[in-house]
Design a binder for this molecule. Structure first.
Ligand SMILES: NC(=O)c1ccc[n+]([C@@H]2O[C@H](COP(=O)([O-])OP(=O)(O)OC[C@H]3O[C@@H](n4cnc5c(N)ncnc54)[C@H](O)[C@@H]3O)[C@@H](O)[C@H]2O)c1
Length: 348
């Protein structure tokens, strides 16, 4: 089998991680890297990868079956549209774009040209998340009542040396919460309305450091997300799922997600399933069963999925339209906090 020929645009933090995943995959290879910086050129030199000064040069050279776009959010629209114009399917890192209008433009262009776009909401490719979605979909929890998500962690002080991270828009709502919004939409259902309260009192910066978010789902379930980037806790998916090597994995199992229904509940990432085997009553003993799962890197599974999208015409697990809905809900959380109002979601 000939490896999938990939052009990588952006050789920063996540771009290099993609390059490592590709190098170890055995079914894909990087044929060129576009990054205009000297650091990008040197990286290519060290790794023996052909370097291009821009995505235009990379696409013009031809020979790529897929693009991975791992550049700052503001450039996703332009580079995504260029890939589509060249008929090259792309994996665009999350968020799909900066605004809903931009996401919709990408989605429309992809549909019109028949060129698929996969968006890098990598958690959807985690076998734990896939299993949770399957169990909820099969009704293993009965009718969903509520879910509690803890996304609390501590960002080191130097993180805030970059000015944009101290200003509104650079905080944990747009940078981090978007992962939870996508996970909830994927596992529990579509969001119907949002409310939120934010605080920046601990760090005292213009950007929020903490938020309490309430999501009403179309199926009636209520979801709360407790978010903070200034709290010393292990209770965040990044720290407890073992997805990325740069976050040390907890030795003791710790859960961050609790999904409840009328017939049972599920804790993640342990996949502990709680239910009554006999009488359903808070006075009866409740059964705990850990559902076995084979752990696998969501990034390698995402790459395999990209292969299947390109070579076998499989529909992207999350396309530009779907990712735009995730972006829309995330932006609505920020607006709801600013306006101190409950905002209903309208999806076109
Ligand atoms: N899915 C995930 O787990 C995950 C994790 C981190 C970041 N991200 C997303 O990945 C994207 C990149 O984030 P990062 O942390 O790697 O940023 P980064 O700043 O570390 O890297 C961005 C790279 O893109 C290059 N670049 C900028 N403009 C370019 C252009 N027009 N053409 C080619 N290269 C260009 C920069 O020189 C830099 O090397 C963002 O959208 C971010 O939200 C996703």
């Amino acid at each position: 089998m000939k490896p999938l020929s990939i052009g990588l645009v952006g050789a920063g933090a996540i771009g290099r991680m993609h390059a490592d995943v590709i190098a170890g995959s055995g079914f894909a290879e990087i044929v060129a890297v576009a990054d205009p910086t000297e650091a990008g050129r040197l990286y290519c030199l060290e790794r023996g990868l052909p370097w291009c000064s821009s995505h235009h040069a990379l696409l013009e050279a031809g020979g790529v079956e897929a693009l991975i776009i791992a550049t700052p959010n503001q450039s996703h629209l332009e580079i995504g549209l260029a890939a589509i114009a060249h008929g090259v399917p792309a994996l665009i890192e999350k968020p799909v774009a900066v605004t809903v209008a931009e996401g919709e433009e990408l989605s429309a262009a992809s549909a019109k040209a028949g060129v698929p776009i996969l968006v890098g909401h990598h958690r959807r490719h985690n076998p734990i998340i896939a299993k949770a979605r399957e169990l909820v979909g099969q009704g293993a929890l009965g009718r969903l009542t509520n879910a509690t998500v803890l996304y609390t962690f501590f960002k080191h002080d130097a993180y805030f040396d970059l000015a944009w991270r101290r200003e509104p828009g650079g905080g944990p709502i747009l940078i981090n919460l978007i992962h939870e919004i996508d996970l909830i939409r994927f596992v529990c259902g579509e969001v119907a309305a949002v409310q939120a309260v934010t605080s920046g009192r601990v760090r005292g910066l213009p950007v929020e450091d903490t938020a309490a978010v309430l999501l009403e789902l179309e199926n009636g379930a209520l979801v709360t997300v407790s978010l903070s980037d200034t709290a010393v806790t292990p209770w965040s998916w990044d720290l407890v799922s073992g997805e990325l090597p740069n976050y040390p994995w907890q030795e003791k199992p710790v859960n961050s997600h609790f999904i409840s229904g009328t017939e049972g509940s599920l804790a993640l990432p342990s996949l502990d399933h709680w239910r009554y085997d006999g009488e359903k009553s808070w006075f009866a003993p409740i059964t705990q069963e850990a559902i076995p799962i084979e752990r696998q890197s969501p990034y390698i599974r995402q790459l395999r999925h990209l292969f299947d999208v390109v070579r076998h015409g499989v529909r992207p697990l999350i396309d530009a339209a779907d990712a735009t809905r995730t972006l829309k809900v995330t932006l609505a959380v920020q607006d709801a906090a600013r306006q101190r109002q409950r905002l209903e979601m309208q999806f076109g």
